[in-house]
Design a protein around this ligand. Sequence first.
Ligand SMILES: *[C@@H]1O[C@H](CO)[C@@H](O)[C@H](O)[C@H]1NC(C)=O
Ligand SMILES: *[C@@H]1O[C@H](CO)[C@@H](O)[C@H](O)[C@H]1NC(C)=O
Ligand SMILES: *[C@@H]1O[C@H](CO)[C@@H](O)[C@H](O)[C@H]1NC(C)=O
Ligand SMILES: *[C@@H]1O[C@H](CO)[C@@H](O)[C@H](O)[C@H]1NC(C)=O
Ligand SMILES: *[C@@H]1O[C@H](CO)[C@@H](O)[C@H](O)[C@H]1NC(C)=O
Length: 396
Amino acid sequence: MARERVTAARALCMRGYLLTVSLSAWMDGVHGIGVQLIPQYPVVSQSVTLSVTGVTGAIRQFTWYKGSSTDTNNQIFSVIPSYSSVTEGPQYFPRASQFPNGSLQISGLVPTDQGNYTVLIQTAGSRAQHTVSLPVYEPVTASGISTDNKEPQENHPVTLTCSANNAEQILWGKNGVPLPPGLTLSADNRTLTFPRISRSDTGQYRCEASNAISKIISDPYTLTVNYGPEYLKIKGKLQVTSGNSISLECSADSVPAPTYQWKFNGTNLESQTNPLYTQQATPESAGNYTCIGTNSVTKLSRETSVYVSVNDNSAAITVAIICGSILGIVLISGIMALLYRKCLLPLRGQSGDRGEDPSQIYYNIPNTAAAHPAIEEGPYMGLQYPSQDTYSELKR
Ligand SMILES: *[C@@H]1O[C@H](CO)[C@@H](O)[C@H](O)[C@H]1NC(C)=O
Ligand SMILES: *[C@@H]1O[C@H](CO)[C@@H](O)[C@H](O)[C@H]1NC(C)=O
Ligand SMILES: *[C@@H]1O[C@H](CO)[C@@H](O)[C@H](O)[C@H]1NC(C)=O
Ligand SMILES: *[C@@H]1O[C@H](CO)[C@@H](O)[C@H](O)[C@H]1NC(C)=O
Ligand SMILES: *[C@@H]1O[C@H](CO)[C@@H](O)[C@H](O)[C@H]1NC(C)=O
């Protein structure tokens, strides 16, 4: 009964309002009322005040509605401040309360509180209404980057997805700076698409999800682009003296690093899977050394070969012994000749001139033999460039 009377009174007032509003609006204090949200960005489970501004003079009555119209069914409550009288409407809920200055407070905000609210204010001379949109913000949660391709190969498509709830804006960064231009983002920025990923796309990616009240930066996602092996090559001395060591190093441009296998004269050296191959040189170790590099992700293999020649040191030693023997004979003959001259021709005794020291000569012979191969042993690089058919293989 009470509610019906209030409604009837309101209906009468409304008719009066429709007739008088155009005249009174610019004469009375309620013209140009507004509603300010305190806080500006209301947060779920917290409270908000819809504070009525721009009213001058005493408020006789004010009514709040859920929605954009002053339909009776939308009414939350109607208040006559001077009587402290509150009439609850069909949309009343206990979390809603009022202040005598016309404001509405909603506590314990829930997402469904979001929407339009209309206030109708009546002062001594007129009535005015205002509709405000109430947003209810929820903090951004769980931001992380996922991918559809955990081991991407160069030139293949890759999509990164930023997972976040309640985000209004999503921004991406690579290696701590905003994304370089030219990348494809979805309309909501949630997915970053590389139609054909390149090795230069390797890096640490993060996404930042935010709304008016919160922001979350994801953990970095390290995007590794797999490619190669390319530029497989062997470095090392290709002319080695028997007894010295053969040392060959195989390398390639490859992600991940390739596994290596060495071959000698076309036969696998089973235990040789290290990029560095070392061995004591013997005449039998001369031959064709092959390095095969295989990338476990791209499944591509490359190989390159070098020919290592071994100088037989024993020949040099034989030569040295023969030369030494000849020189020895020459020296002995010389000494004997000297002694002969000293003993048999004592009148011309020359103590100062001792001639050649035999020990010096012996040292010189092996030195020359050892110095010789060192000059010939120059470094060598076997280079293999990527062939065109490997590239076309990758493109498919
Ligand atoms: C109305 O009263 C409430 C509670 O005291 C206050 O928060 C709000 O700022 C007031 N509004 C105006 C326009 O003064
Ligand atoms: C709120 O009102 C605006 C116009 O003021 C309208 O565009 C919007 O659709 C309304 N929202 C709801 C939920 O009714
Ligand atoms: C998408 O990202 C661009 C910058 O890359 C930014 O300017 C824009 O505001 C973002 N849009 C959304 C909806 O997050
Ligand atoms: C070494 O062997 C490879 C095959 O294993 C062959 O293609 C290459 O011609 C050989 N090189 C030499 C110098 O014998
Ligand atoms: C390896 O091959 C080379 C020729 O390429 C040959 O001279 C050498 O005897 C071979 N070595 C062995 C151990 O088969």
